[in-house]
Design a binder for this molecule. Structure first.
Ligand code: S3P
Length: 438
């Protein structure tokens, strides 16, 4: 049990750790490139260590000093033969995007194991398109859906495909893009809604040929990747999001969150919060292969809004913290197109309903049909009578951090059952929060 003591008001400048999605892609792409890449800062977290361990198993030499990671790239054909077993721990990004690379390797047989929690998350979304490309990849089938562990046998050359993704998932898109590096010709991927484009940007930095027109991505197969030498990773917007909302809901407060990634395919939360009346300024912009800036937030009286389905992929990891912001807003916020939350580290619709109910928030979810497809809407009625409570993380890092932020703005101590899960993406979260409270 962890006790959460409230904060009354804050005025501080902070910086959160490097982006998780970009860190995974940096390891993978640097390994597949010719030359040495110095990645700094690299995110040190359970998920990114999982990717690092997997690449080391493929014979790639790496050196970590503080948060600087050096990768000695070996080129697209990894020095792997025989049977190799990987362990993705709880990292969905590791298993999904790494599988795309493994499908293109020539002479090996791979098995991807995971922790129990990840073994409940669907993998058909990657195995189906990868098999269309000629890959020999299989999951463990349950009720027609494939789950980990995955087995992958070497395939000669993969085929380029034209693929319409049924879900707006950057992990799926990335698995296909990495596999397309081993295909002769152009692979076309159409996303139903825009979703994070870190893979496209990263591969371009390494000289690969990936272009985007609207919601269609074109990836030129067989391109060679060459290290840019140094690679800077901005701070993770998803980690900054907890402090953005904290600054808004605390009274008489102001927070400056520095050097944060502001890739438009990640910052949907900023758009929605501004619509809710949030005072947010984005200053000191930098435009490298990924844009970054300082984000200044001030205490704000929020009002409820409607969030459309097409906005959800642009803030897919921020829905729990948006639900916290909505709990303090005037009126009923509706978040449409929330179905993907059901297949995250936990069912985040249920985890947020359980926890926000405990704090006295009226929150509900319901199924609806859009054409022939089922989806979910979450409705949250804001209140100014929220109360401290005993919360549950459901072993989900983002549920845990969201509830800690909410509890910081209440009158009185709250508790949360388990915070170890936070190490998945943001090991410094608790110490940063405690430093703000001091
Ligand atoms: C991620 C994509 C998203 C996100 C996850 C990280 C990535 O998942 O929720 O935390 O790094 O590509 P989906 O692709 O399942 O939407």
């Amino acid at each position: 049990m962890y006790t959460i003591t409230p904060i009354t008001s804050i005025k501080k400048d902070i910086e959160v750790p490097a982006d998780k999605s970009i860190s995974h892609r940096a390891v993978l792409t640097s390994s597949l490139a010719k030359g040495k890449t110095i990645i700094s800062p690299f995110l040190l977290s359970d998920d990114t260590y999982a990717t690092l361990e997997c690449i080391k198993k493929c014979g790639v030499r790496t050196k970590l000093e503080g948060n600087t990671l050096v990768i000695e790239g070996v080129g697209k054909n990894l020095p792997v033969t025989g049977n190799i077993e990987f362990f993705a721990k709880e990292s969905g990004t590791t298993i999904r995007i790494f599988s795309g690379v493994l499908c293109g390797q020539a002479e090996a047989y791979f098995k991807f194991n995971t922790s129990a929690a990840l073994s409940r998350r669907p993998m058909s979304r990657i195995t189906v398109p990868l098999r269309m490309m000629g890959a020999d990849i299989k999951g463990t089938v349950l009720n027609n859906v494939e789950y980990p562990p995955l087995t992958i046998s070497s395939s000669k050359l993969l085929n380029p495909i034209k693929y319409k993704m049924p879900v707006a998932s950057a992990q799926v898109k990335s698995a296909i893009i990495y596999a397309s590096l081993y295909a002769k010709g152009i692979t076309e991927i159409k996303e139903p809604f825009l979703c994070r484009d870190h893979t496209e940007r990263m591969i371009t930095v390494f000289g690969g040929k990936v272009h985007k027109k609207g919601r269609t991505i074109f990836s030129q197969g067989e391109s060679r990747l060459i290290s840019p030498g140094k690679l800077f990773i901005p701070s993770d917007f998803s980690s900054a999001a907890f402090f953005i909302v904290l600054g808004l809901i605390l009274r008489k407060s102001q927070l400056l969150i520095k050097n944060t990634n502001i890739n438009p395919t990640r910052c949907g939360l900023l758009t929605v919060l501004r619509r809710m009346g949030a005072q947010i300024k984005v200053v000191n912009k930098n435009d490298y292969y990924e844009p970054s800036a300082d984000i200044l937030v001030k205490s704000s009286q929020l009002r409820a809004v409607e969030v459309k389905s097409c906005e959800v992929p642009l803030m897919i990891d921020e829905i729990p913290i948006l639900a916290v912001a909505a709990s303090f807003a005037k009126g009923i916020t509706a978040i449409w197109g929330a179905k993907e939350l059901k297949v995250k580290e936990t069912d985040r619709i249920n985890s947020m309903i359980y926890n926000l109910n405990k704090a006295g928030v009226e929150i509900s979810s319901s199924k609806y049909m859009k054409g022939k497809t089922e989806n979910w809407v979450i409705k949250i009625k804001g209140s100014n009578k929220l109360k401290p409570a005993k919360f549950k993380s459901f072993s989900d890092h983002r549920t845990a951090m969201s509830m800690i932020v909410l509890a910081k703005a209440l009158d009185g101590d709250s508790m949360i059952d388990d915070i170890a899960c936070i190490n998945k993406s943001f090991p410094e979260f608790i110490s940063l929060m405690e430093a703000l409270s001091a």
